[in-house]
Design a protein around this ligand. Structure first.
Ligand SMILES: [Zn+2]
Ligand SMILES: [Zn+2]
Length: 264
């Protein structure tokens, strides 16, 4: 259905239309969800993760515009290539089995992609391309897409590449990017709403404090969707599970500071 619609778009002008639609959706999520989270956070000050001053919002929003425009190129590029038959395998039609199976495959592939490339970006040779994203030690929801164009390419070109690797239904590719945008903004919002027993060991799921610790400590929690790779590779913040347990204990109210003395 969606593949058929995209296949009717032709040439550079057709691609420009698709890019414009993808960018409009990403911008709508960025500003609407960002505003909602900003307002909700003001109502629940006790849920704030770090107590130090938050990063510069205007700076992060400005940087996010360029990064989102580039991310829309990768998402639109993946959709356009698959719909026009440029990939080795044609995208599967969405069905009762292809959506859950390929959805899970895409989540696992993306988390693997993100963990290893993100970790590589923290090596001395590559950190300069990622440093802009880490100007916010105390991130806000507006920090999610505040990244250099190289940083956005490394992490988000997954959506351009994955249709060439697996015959992912285009509906699943779109849903995955929407999920990534929403959860990424929640991961940066600086306030914890999703801590639960399933977001700590032995489960692989995450809550907001996971990526917040990445911003406050730099050398831990490189994953995106699951904690699996960080647990296997020994890069999980040593206090992550304990903090989540503390926050979900009866009578717990504030997340508290999570910064280790060693810092960066
Ligand atoms: Zn990082
Ligand atoms: Zn971040």
């Amino acid at each position: 259905m969606i593949a058929t619609m995209i296949a009717t778009l032709d040439g550079w002008s057709g691609f420009a239309v698709l890019w414009g639609v993808v960018l409009a959706v990403l911008l709508a999520i960025y500003f609407v969800l960002g505003t909602v989270l900003h307002l909700v956070n003001r109502r629940f000050p006790e849920r704030r993760i770090q107590q130090r001053a938050q990063g510069a919002i205007a700076r992060d929003i400005g940087q996010s515009m360029a990064a989102l425009a580039s991310i829309a190129v990768y998402v639109a590029g993946g959709l356009y290539a698959a719909a026009h038959g440029w990939t080795p395998l044609a995208p599967l039609p969405a069905s009762w089995w292809s959506v859950p199976v390929m959805g899970l495959v895409s989540l696992l592939l993306y988390d693997t992609w993100f963990y290893w490339l993100h970790r590589a970006m923290h090596t001395p040779a590559l950190y300069r391309f990622h440093a802009l994203h880490h100007r916010s030690i105390t991130p806000t929801t507006w920090s999610n897409n505040a990244d250099s164009l190289v940083g956005a390419f490394v992490e988000q070109s997954y959506f351009l590449v994955v249709p060439f690797l697996v015959p992912i239904p285009l509906e699943v590719l779109i849903a995955h990017k929407l999920y990534d945008q929403v959860t990424g903004m929640i991961s940066h919002c600086g306030f914890e709403y999703f801590a639960s027993p399933s977001t700590r060991a032995p489960w692989p799921f995450l809550c907001t404090i996971f990526h917040d610790q990445h911003h406050s400590n730099f050398r831990c929690n490189y994953g995106n969707t699951f904690s699996f790779w960080d647990r296997v590779m020994g890069t999980l913040h040593p206090r992550y599970d304990g903090l989540v347990e503390k926050m979900t204990a009866p009578g717990a109210s504030t997340p508290g500071s999570d910064r280790t003395p060693a810092g960066r």
